[in-house]
Design a protein around this ligand. Sequence first.
Ligand SMILES: [Mn+2]
Length: 261
Amino acid sequence: MVRNAKPVSLIGAPTDIGAGARGASMGPEALRVAGLPQALAARGLDVADRGNLAGPLNPWQPPHDGYRHLPEVVAWNRALMQAELAELEAGRMPILLGGDHCLGIGSISAVAQYCREHGRKLRVFWLDAHADFNTAEISPSGNIHGMPVACLCGHGPEELIALSGQVPAISADAVRQIGIRSVDPKEKRLVHDVGLEIYDMRYIDEIGMRGVMEHALDGLGEDSHLHVSFDVDFLDPSIAPAVATTVPGGPTIAKRSCAWK
Ligand SMILES: [Mn+2]
């Protein structure tokens, strides 16, 4: 049971507007069908499902000035940012069900604005196989799902980096990236330049997930807000194959975790 937890609001954003392949738009329903609301309620949480947001359809166009579908990506992120802010202001914890990972821009912009206005320290866990730190200049594809962390740290188009009312929305030292195992060469240089704290798979294998979490949580206190952004491709494809961007070598189910056996 979770003690003193805020009530939870589920918000669906059924879109693949930032992705390079179709399918992520089915995410919210897949998570509902898999029993996410019931699983949360079984842990003693008060769960309300707010249904799905609406937004532009995927026009499936090539990149324009280095970005695919920028106006549509902006529309989705604006909509979900407002929805999340309303839940945060009502004292609830929004859980956004995507959707591809470009939605992390609006989601974290909402949390960043909320934390700024309420004097809370923000930390972001970015669980992903990818660093998602591309820019239009270095992105091989123009797919914005590869750019959200860069946008949040102030590298990207004005419409996306300024959503929270401040550029950058968050500072790079608020981010802990976990599970990373696929970074484009030029992206690697940028990630290094901004000093992003990365716990890659090699590090996880060496010190274990418990050690990684202890490091990643270090320094958080009562005045902190922890935001977890979870890309399903964080998990090893052997247990989570239904994503378009699988990368082998991810976390699996630890068979030794059953301490009573
Ligand atoms: Mn990813």
